[in-house]
Design a protein around this ligand. Structure first.
Ligand SMILES: [Zn+2]
Length: 115
């Protein structure tokens, strides 16, 4: 086989293997997220039934609170508003909540909202 085509075939084969691995990793991530969502749904269902039984909470009250929280960002989109930034307890600078520590001073934020 021509060396050019041989190298190109090897490169294409390698890309196919890498793509297959990436697809398998993505599928595993989706399965893990699906499992977590199902578990959280079960936990929420159980919590609501406990609140209903012990304190008389109604589904109408739950729906009203869900709507109130949903609208806190002025968008009725079925999602809770998510803060995207956080103020560092140590230096006061603002950084993305995606990071578990301050990008300016390295302080690990230990308090704040669980949400
Ligand atoms: Zn800081």
């Amino acid at each position: 086989m021509n060396p050019f085509w041989y190298m190109r075939l090897n490169s294409t084969s390698q890309q196919a293997v890498e793509s297959k691995t990436a697809a398998m990793n993505a599928e595993m991530s989706v399965q893990e997220l699906t499992w977590k969502v199902n578990k959280l749904t079960l936990v929420n269902h159980a919590l609501f039934e406990l609140l209903e039984e012990k304190f008389g909470l109604t589904e109408a009250e739950l729906m009203a609170k869900m709507t109130e929280i949903d609208l806190r960002d002025d968008h009725m989109n079925g999602r809770a508003p998510v803060a995207t930034s956080i103020s560092c307890e140590a230096c006061g600078k603002t950084y993305s909540k995606r990071h578990n520590h301050c990008l300016y001073c390295g302080h690990i934020n230990t308090s704040g909202s669980p949400f």
